[in-house]
Write a protein that binds this ligand. Structure first.
Ligand code: IPE
Ligand code: IPE
Ligand code: MG
Length: 250
């Protein structure tokens, strides 16, 4: 059978996994059930990336702002994180996945922080897929954190103010060692970034769908990929210039 994957595959896919609560509410079930179904969908998305040869996947699991949800929901989500961290590690290792967490991890309880550390340590040598889980993550917080690191370097005399440019700054935000996301998918019908990778998504292609995250399947993800494959990324240049650049032999 011919290879069904589109010719141009994103190297780095970012996903705003939205719609878990509504998925459950439609079924008259508690929101937490939607989050459980959402965790299964995340696992399917990971397998999809492995199958399509996508090298990095960044999943928005919990934003800095999500701490403001009702206690019941936050507590339920924390239980679910801990369970997932415990139950999924072996399968991540077996699938060759390097797991990393981005965000304010000090806001999580000790058990979760410890499991995050163990998962990162035990998968750091793996390279089939770079999986980044954004947990208690906010794009503005990410930028502020980078600014603070640079200020500290200036204060200690290790960096001069005139040396700070976009490339130096970019080395201090999260995911600095990976290419910026090529494609960002948001499910759940809303068309906004909700404080996700603000710095890193300057030239990311966006793809929105009304599908609720727990309903996402390979067919829908393939639609996003084929849409992406047909887009022209110009990075501020003219179409002609951009085509010249992509047509140049490697
Ligand atoms: C996304 O689903 C998951 C988290 C934010 C943790 P939501 O819980 O936001 O689902 P909706 O948007 O209310 O349906
Ligand atoms: C964005 O979804 C965060 C995650 C998917 C983790 P939200 O449901 O929190 O976003 P808003 O509130 O609709 O902007
Ligand atoms: Mg939502």
């Amino acid at each position: 059978m011919a290879d069904p994957s589109p010719p141009r595959i994103p190297q780095h896919l970012a996903v705003i996994m939205d719609g878990n609560g509504r998925w459950a509410q439609k079924r008259r079930r508690p929101r937490l059930l939607g989050h459980r179904a959402g965790a299964n969908a995340a696992n399917r998305c990971i397998d999809f990336c492995l199958a399509r040869g996508i090298n990095a996947l960044t999943l928005y699991a919990f934003s800095s702002e999500n701490w403001g949800r009702p206690d019941d929901e936050v507590n339920g989500l924390m239980k679910l994180f801990l369970q997932a961290l415990e139950s999924e590690l072996a399968s991540m290792i077996a699938r060759g996945i390097r797991v990393r967490f981005i965000g304010e991890r000090e806001r999580f309880n000790d058990a979760i922080q410890e499991r995050m550390r163990v998962a990162e340590e035990r998968t750091q040598h793996l390279a089939k897929l770079n999986l980044n889980v954004a947990a208690s993550y906010g794009g503005r917080g990410d930028v502020v954190h980078a600014a603070k690191k640079l200020a500290t370097l200036v204060q200690s005399g290790d960096l001069r103010v005139d040396q700070i440019d976009e490339s130096v700054f970019g080395r201090h935000v999260e995911l600095a060692d990976l290419p910026d996301p090529d494609l960002m998918i948001r499910t759940g019908g809303d068309q906004r970034i909700s404080n996700f990778l603000l710095w890193q998504s300057a030239y990311t292609e966006f793809w929105f769908t009304d599908a609720l995250w727990p309903d996402v399947d390979d067919k829908l993800l393939d639609q996003a990929l084929s849409d992406y494959a047909n887009r022209e990324r110009r990075f501020g240049l003219t179409g002609e210039q951009a085509r010249e650049l992509t047509e140049q032999p490697a």
